[in-house]
Design a protein around this ligand. Structure first.
Ligand SMILES: NC(=O)C1=CN([C@@H]2O[C@H](COP(=O)(O)OP(=O)(O)OC[C@H]3O[C@@H](n4cnc5c(N)ncnc54)[C@H](OP(=O)(O)O)[C@@H]3O)[C@@H](O)[C@H]2O)C=CC1
Ligand SMILES: CC(=O)N[C@@H](CCC(=O)OP(=O)(O)O)C(=O)O
Length: 342
């Protein structure tokens, strides 16, 4: 019997991407599609790439509309998911692509999001040690932020192997879809095209505590993180350049061995052959993660670089991968590692 899935926020980027993936998922049938300001509009006018759903009309986001589904994907702005989720029964699998349930420490939430903490759900990054067990059979999933996905997948092998000191410096470039579809002056084509610029510099980005939470969980001690995001003139993609001091005795060979071990059985994380470097173009529209690592002996630092599609593995692909695990399906069902090139 098909899994019936509703998508709240179907007019947005994350909602559109999860629909693109669900249309190709052999076990899923698409049910209600909801919006806010676009309720009453045809999906074809909002997401013209989703041709099979073009004549579907968005409804208001209400508990009545979302009831009666096996899975409900929430692709809503931060702070909107909790009120919707609490009205959905405990038997419905709720997959939240927003931030509301990602953080464990309420003080982190309050500091970075400025509202009351809604709670913590099983975290939808299956590659993290212990995550798959927590997702199996779960009825609630908190999908990670796009930058924390890229950064955690670049650095977890180093912390799992105990070869990195508990401090990491990260500079990551993101495509503009990471900022959502709502119009913002800094996202005008004339502002973004032909330019790259940092933002959230100096520890202010709300994804910093999520990265610290993930990496500290793997390391078994608090990992300090310096994170600088930058906006890149491309619609999709994140390239995360991460570095951490190596512990004494580390060599280029031991770094490589740690990454080979951690990535060996991961269906979506691809450690590239030595000498080849991750590129966002290679993972465009795919759930794959490209990772490469080097040991910079001159400064004693491990340099780990990852590339993801922020909307696929960074949001909707991670959501579907986690849904598959929660429902007892093969983790890779409906997900592709094939990109689009050039
Ligand atoms: N873009 C990305 O790379 C990533 C996004 N996410 C998360 O996914 C969520 C959605 O982001 P994104 O798709 O980029 O954002 P968009 O701005 O593109 O879409 C937002 C969606 O939410 C709907 N919406 C807005 N306000 C309300 C409300 N008050 N009640 C119900 N629905 C509402 C909008 O409906 P309408 O258009 O009809 O007004 C639209 O469908 C966010 O929480 C974001 O953090 C997570 C990881 C990465
Ligand atoms: C380019 C850009 O603006 N990116 C977004 C992150 C998008 C994302 O993954 O985050 P959430 O799910 O936590 O919103 C930002 O920096 O705010």
């Amino acid at each position: 019997m098909a899994v019936r899935a509703a998508v709240a926020g179907a007019s947005g980027y994350a909602g559109g991407e999860v629909l693109r993936l669900l249309l190709a998922h052999p076990e899923v049938e698409i049910g209600a599609l909801t919006g806010n300001s676009n309720a009453g509009q045809r999906l074809g006018g909002l997401q013209p790439h989703l041709l099979p759903l073009a004549d579907r009309v968005l409804t208001e986001t209400t508990p009545e509309v979302l009831a009666g589904h096996d899975v409900v994907f929430l692709a809503l702005p931060h702070g909107q998911s909790a009120a919707v989720a609490e009205q959905l029964g405990p038997d419905v699998l709720v997959v939240d692509m927003g931030a509301d349930f990602r953080l464990k420490d309420p003080a982190d939430w309050e500091r970075f999001y400025g509202s009351a903490h809604a709670g913590t759900w099983p975290y939808g990054l299956p590659e993290l040690p212990g995550a798959r067990a927590a997702l199996e059979g779960s009825k609630r999933i908190a999908v990670p932020g796009c930058y924390p996905t890229a950064v955690t997948l670049a650095l977890f092998p180093a912390y799992a192997a105990g070869i990195a000191e508990p401090e990491a410096v990260i500079v990551a470039a993101s495509g503009t879809s990471g900022a959502g579809k709502a119009p913002k002056p800094h996202l005008l084509g004339s502002e973004v095209m032909g330019s790259m610029a940092p933002y959230g510099v100096g520890g202010g980005h709300r994804h910093t505590p999520e990265m610290i939470q993930n990496l500290s969980g793997v390391a078994g001690e608090r990992v300090a993180v310096s994170f600088t995001p930058t906006l890149a003139p491309m619609p999709r993609g994140i390239l995360a350049t991460c570095s951490a001091s190596a512990v004494a005795g580390v060599t280029a060979e031991s770094v490589r061995a740690a990454y080979e071990k951690a990535c060996a059985d991961e269906p979506f994380v691809h450690l590239l052959p030595e000498g080849q470097w991750p590129a966002t173009a290679a993972v465009y529209g795919s759930n794959a993660v490209q990772v490469q690592v080097a040991y910079d002996e001159a400064v004693g630092r491990i340099i780990a670089i990852s590339a993801i599609d922020n909307l696929t593995k960074g949001t909707a692909g991670g959501a579907v991968q986690s849904m598959n695990i929660a429902l007892g399906l093969d983790e890779t069902t409906g997900l592709s590692t094939i990109g689009v090139a050039p």
